[in-house]
Design a protein around this ligand. Structure first.
Ligand SMILES: Cc1ncc(COP(=O)(O)O)c(C=O)c1O
Length: 415
């Protein structure tokens, strides 16, 4: 086995301008990377470079800066394709985020292929963006929407999955890594079984692409989506990957400029994929910034990123229950199938109070349902607090979290 070199998060912090700021006299302990990541200087420089030096539209201007903008935008598409192991950059549709990518599939592929009484299977641990578009489609088409349950240990119940596969669903969709509990799902195995049942598979990779190596050809799924802003890139960047033949058979999602070949007053012919799905001026600077972010992550090595986060999550799973007496941590108990996400409740303090008090110590965590209300209903919690990690997260951040939680516990302790 290859030796995986550890990342040095403290050294990497020098790449992120935000760590130059002081918050209440301290360095920020940013533990909300599952919501969005911080941005390294190479990304902000790439965005500023486009805006300052060649801010022309893409695929239009036959002049130097127009050609430079098109080249940089298309280079970003190629980098995305390479980063997720796509065969061909033409299989990458540039979108603003994972939500837009899922909606694109639901509207375009879904409206054409899902009919009355067809079944769509998803899971109880999905982000709202992988539930609501399917609810809308199922309501419109009078189709069935079914949910794979999850067990006490935060893993999907594979027997319930097999039972649902026997109903011969048309589409199966699930999250690769849960933003609610950090669960890493057995994607390739679940895809294989869904294909055996005759379904196409959409994988929500929003929390996978930033944190572990991804290869869509090895996963063998049919659609794969992610957001750039969680992967060190700017907001407004993201991608839908789908097999070329599937994209080619899909009708357009939005109509307008760029997605056409010829427009007549009464009919239009459409551009080739992926441009058929990229109506209007795209978020050019965000796409270019995402390209820079993926270069940065590739230089670090995604095996190293995963190894670093696994070590951190194992450390947190050990020290938090040892030091914070009333903590309840949800989800898998081991770092082997858990990404860098610790979702928890304290016995006597509401998650919003926890987050507010942590903020006073310059520690940023998320509080609420994290866009996973069904997951929280299943956990029996109205809300939770969530600490999530990335390449710049250090053991010191987790120690600071533990110390601050001990103080919160003392403040709220029932006498
Ligand atoms: C697992 C998962 N899927 C989808 C999304 C939606 O991402 P976005 O808001 O960037 O579209 C998120 C965001 O938190 C997520 O964690």
């Amino acid at each position: 086995m290859a030796i995986v070199r550890a990342l040095d998060p403290v050294a990497l912090q020098a790449d992120f301008p935000i760590f130059e700021r002081e918050f209440r006299g301290r360095r920020l302990a940013y533990l909300d990377s599952a919501a969005t990541s911080l941005k390294p200087r190479v990304v902000t420089e790439a965005v500023a470079g486009y805006l300052n030096n060649y801010s022309a539209n893409v695929h239009r201007g036959i002049y130097q800066i127009g050609e430079e903008a098109t080249a940089a935008y298309e280079a970003a598409r190629t980098k995305i394709a390479k980063f997720i192991g796509a065969k061909d950059a033409r299989e990458i549709v540039m979108v603003r985020n994972a939500t837009e990518a899922i909606n694109l599939v639901a509207y375009s592929w879904g409206r054409k292929n899902i009919n009355k009484a067809d079944t769509i299977v998803t899971t109880e641990m999905e982000h709202h963006s992988n539930i609501v578009p399917w609810q809308l489609l199922a309501q419109e088409k009078d189709a069935d929407l079914e949910f794979v349950s999850f067990d006490e240990d935060g893993t999907l119940n594979q027997d319930s999955y097999d039972v649902l596969l026997r109903t011969k669903p048309k589409l199966v969709t699930f999250v690769a890594v849960s933003n609610g509990m950090g669960t890493i799902n057995p994607v390739a195995d679940m895809v294989r079984r869904a294909h055996e049942a005759g379904a196409l598979v959409l994988v929500d990779g929003a929390q996978a692409v930033p944190h572990q190596p991804v290869n869509v050809q090895e996963l063998d799924c049919d659609f794969f989506v992610f957001s750039g802003h969680k992967s060190l890139g700017p907001p407004g960047s993201g991608a839908l990957w789908a097999r070329r033949e599937i994209l080619e058979a899909m009708p357009p999602f939005m109509g307008g400029g760029e997605m056409i070949r010829e427009v007549h007053l009464r009919h239009t012919t459409f551009n080739d994929v992926p441009y058929k799905f990229e109506a209007g001026t795209p978020d050019i600077s965000a796409a270019i910034g995402l390209g820079a972010a993926l270069d940065y992550l590739s230089d670090l090595g995604m095996d190293h990123v995963r190894a670093h986060e696994r070590e951190l999550v194992e450390y947190a799973l050990k020290v938090l229950p040892e030091r914070v007496k009333t903590i309840r941590i949800h989800g898998p108990k081991s770092g082997s199938n858990r990404a860098g996400v610790i979702t928890f409740n304290l016995a006597d303090a509401h998650p919003h109070d926890v987050a507010t008090l942590l903020d006073r110590e310059a520690i940023a965590v998320r509080a609420g349902h994290h866009c996973t209300m069904p997951l929280h209903q299943r956990l029996g919690e109205e809300a939770s607090a969530r600490a999530s990690f990335y390449v710049y997260t250090s053991h010191d951040d987790i120690d600071r979290l533990a110390e601050a939680l001990i103080k919160v516990e003392r403040l709220f302790a029932r006498n």
